[in-house]
Each structure stands twice: as C-alpha cells, then as structure tokens.
Design a binder for this molecule. Structure first.
Ligand code: SF4
Length: 333
C-alpha cells in the first residue's frame, strides 16, 4: 500500500467557491475542502450566472414554479433567463469533458443540488418548496452516477470521506485506462479489491469477470463496461456494516500474527466504530500498522487503507501546530 498518490481528480466546481468573487453580491465563498484540494486536483470552474451574462454584481435570481416548469427569473429586472441557462447548461457540460467529481455551491438557484428555495412568483413572498437549481439539477440528471456534492454537505466527515475516496479512485482508473496497458487495469483492480468490497460486492465480482475475459473483447468495450460498473458502485456511500465486513476480512490476513490482546482491542474498536463513537480511521490505522509490522503483501497493496492523499484528511484538532504548553509557560513567566 503506497502513500504515493499520482492521480489528480478532475473536478467541476462552482467558480464562487474560491476561484472568483462572482456571487450576485460580488463576493466569494470559502470551502475548506476546495482550498485543501488546490494542488491535489485539477479544477474546471464554472459560474452559470456570470457565464450567461448576468454581470457581477447582479440582482439575485430565483426559481419560480409556473405551469409545472422551473423558471429562472430575476425579480428586480423582470428578466426570465431560463432559456439562456438551458442553452448554457447543454454547451457547458458538453465542453467540460471527462470529470471525476463535482462540487457545487449549496442552495443556489443555479448551482444547488438540493434545498433550493422555489417560489410561486417573482413577487415578494415566502418559498413554496425546495428543489434543485437549474444547473445543479441538470448535472444530476445528465450524470446520474457521478459523484456530485455541495460544499455544505462536504463539511460532514463521512460525506467528505466518501467523496474523496470516490473521486481519487475514479482518477486512478482514468490513469490506468489512459496508459493503454492491460496490466495496469489488472493492477488497478487488484489494489482496489477491499475498497470495492466495501462499496459493492456484486459489482466487484462483475468487474473481475470483465477483466478475466478481456482477451476476446475490444479494449474500448472492456474499459467502458468496467467504468460503468465502477461509477455505479462508487455512487453510493457504504454503510458501517460494509466497512466492518471488509475489516473482518482483512483481519483474516494478519490474525495469526496478533496477540489475543491485539485482537480484543481490534474488536472493541470495531464495536465503538459501529456505535459511531470512533471514526473509520481508528480501525484502518490499526490494521494498516499491523500489515506493516507483519509485512502482509496483499493488505499493503490495498488502496482501501489510503484512498486519497493524507493531506486531505479532516483536521481533528483545532489550532493544531500551536505550542499551547509554551504559551502557558510564557504567560506564567
Ligand atoms: S452559485 Fe453558481 S451561479 Fe451562483 S455565483 Fe456561484 S458559481 Fe455562480
């Protein structure tokens, strides 16, 4: 299991999330994850509202539900920009090329993927429902198995973990596929067995079967079928039970080298993970340390234990790096 992470995911992102002050009020939003990803990923930034010529700053737009349609209107000017936005969406998504994941601004009438306020008219009044923005909804509809999140949901540790795992796995697949070598496809599959076991055991078996019979198939057929199964498998976050299943499976590779106390510690840590007291990292770090100690080659190759660059792991301690003890002794002096 190498810590080396060569693959850089290609991500579509709302431009106002740290790339330009393009919000309706001329401001920008800071997403801690987007900031952390700069330097570890390639971004394609889009601002649908600025890109269709609404200007920066601009009077805000809202979604008005009329005749069963969701219209994008600008109450202050009376403009209905639905047609411009729909044309833009088609062109922008066609031009964007292949991507491994999407991070959109939450609750925006253009970029939002959920919880966007819907109104009955452009006139002042309360929201009558919640839905998707015109651009965010189009991304979800066009790419139903894509890894699409908004910056607020990505503040949740489990969603962030899943997002990073999925986009880095897809980026590694793209890298293996682009090399043109069949052995790179086999290596990818071999190194992701535990990860895919957590996500979808049926898909894992089907993907293995595709690679096993690839000699009689066109390479494009192999790659496309495998990629379709991979994106589908990665589109749903695994539950705690699936991870426990994988970690019990991993235990079988090292249990002969562990003491009864170590096994008891592992099982106790597992119970605390199941009860949502400890994070998954507590278990994977234990197993990873044992794999290193006993030189277990299969486990050492598994990306399950290091699915994305360690620099992107959530910070567990606020103010890390500060010398609090030093501060205190200085104050005391
Ligand atoms: S939410 Fe989307 S449309 Fe609005 S400013 Fe951000 S990128 Fe532009």
């Amino acid at each position: 299991m190498s810590d080396k992470q060569d693959a850089r995911p290609r991500l579509l992102v709302s431009r106002c999330l740290g790339f330009d002050s393009c919000r309706y009020n001329g401001q920008m939003v800071t997403s801690p994850l987007v900031e952390a990803l700069k330097g570890h990923a390639e971004f394609v930034d889009l601002c649908p509202e600025a890109d269709i010529g609404l200007g920066i700053p601009r009077p805000p737009v809202r979604i008005v539900v009329s005749g069963g349609r969701h219209l994008l209107v600008q109450p202050e000017t009376g403009a209905d920009v639905t047609g411009r936005m729909e044309t833009y969406v088609e062109q922008a998504l066609a031009d964007a090329g292949a991507f491994d994941g999407v991070i959109l601004k939450a609750r925006s009438p253009s970029c939002g993927i959920k919880d966007v306020k819907l109104y009955a008219s452009p006139e002042p009044g309360p929201a009558v429902g919640r839905g998707q923005g015109l651009f965010g909804g189009a991304v979800l509809a066009r790419f139903p198995t894509a890894v699409v999140e908004d910056e607020l949901r990505l503040q949740n540790d489990r969603i962030r973990e899943h997002f990073l795992t999925a986009v880095y796995t897809l980026a590694r697949w793209r890298q293996a596929e682009l090399s043109g070598r069949s052995e790179d496809l086999y290596t990818f599959h071999a190194r992701h067995k535990l990860l895919l076991m957590a996500y979808n055991q049926t898909a894992l078996k089907q993907m293995g079967a595709i690679l096993a019979r690839q000699k009689g198939m066109e390479r494009s057929e192999v790659v496309d079928s495998y990629h379709a199964l991979l994106t589908s498998a990665l589109s749903r976050m695994p539950g705690a039970g699936a991870h426990i299943n994988v970690l019990m499976h991993a235990l079988g590779y090292v249990s002969g080298d562990l003491s009864p106390e170590e096994k008891a510690l592992y099982l106790d840590t597992m119970s605390q993970y199941r009860a949502n007291i400890l994070p998954l990292h507590a278990l994977t770090t234990l197993m990873r340390a044992w794999a290193v100690r006993v030189h277990q080659p299969y486990l050492l190759e598994q990306m399950y234990f290091a699915p994305y660059p360690p620099a992107l792991a959530p910070q567990v301690e606020q103010g890390r790096g500060r010398t609090y003890w030093h501060d205190r002794t200085e104050e005391a002096g």
